[in-house]
Design a protein around this ligand. Structure first.
Ligand code: AMP
Length: 188
């Protein structure tokens, strides 16, 4: 299985991504986690990425593409992988295509988590209020992340829709457990 999981901030894709990766024993690749870890370690890449992340903007493609190129060639990806938070814009999607072609691999599923914008806003604002511990989870920044999603990441769904293997997950008003069941059923 080589899966891309798409969805807005607050769509609940991170939780499901973790579950799917464990269930099918494939590598869970979250570019957001990789970038946060680079920041925590104080690497050059982390230093470059931090400002963008704190503002809720996308970090430059070249930084993320370098991470993904290396990560996909690690041993634990042999059995498959799940990309969570990447690709985030159409140019990343095209670059991923080219990279996969080079590695002689193809995607098996594109899972698109569909949640109405009103639900998203409520969820991410609540998360911001509760304090998730993420420096980019305050009200102003989450609103910006949603805007960036609509402008740059939503077109990625349309890009994949035309290509096949595209599965919409109706994740709007359902619980984590219900969505998990839906996803399992879709991946069978
Ligand atoms: P996430 O944990 O996926 O919500 O990502 C947190 C932040 O990391 C985003 O708001 C971006 O600033 C940055 N980020 C994560 N993945 C990407 C990506 N594929 N391209 C550009 N920026 C990214």
């Amino acid at each position: 299985m080589r899966i891309v999981i798409l969805g807005a901030p607050g769509a609940g894709k991170g939780t499901q991504a973790k579950f799917i990766a464990e269930k099918f024993n494939i590598a869970h690749i979250s570019t957001g986690d990789m970038l946060r870890s680079a920041i925590a370690k104080g690497t050059e890449l982390g230093k470059e990425a931090k400002g963008y992340m704190d503002r809720g903007e996308l970090v430059p493609d070249t930084l993320v593409l370098g991470l993904i190129r290396e990560r996909l060639q690690e041993a634990d990806c042999k059995n498959g992988f799940l990309l969570d938070g990447f690709p985030r814009n159409v140019s990343q999607a095209k670059a991923l295509n080219a990279l996969l072609e080079e590695l002689k691999l193809s995607l098996t599923h594109i899972l698109d988590f569909d949640v109405p914008e009103s639900v998203l806003l409520e969820r991410i604002l609540n998360r911001a209020k509760e304090g998730s511990g993420r420096s980019d989870d305050n009200e102003e920044v989450v609103k910006n992340r949603l805007k960036v999603y609509n402008e740059q990441t939503l077109p990625v769904s349309n890009y994949y829709k035309e290509k096949g293997n595209f599965i919409t997950v109706p994740a709007g008003t359902k619980s984590v457990e219900e969505v998990r069941e839906i996803v399992l059923d879709l991946l069978k």
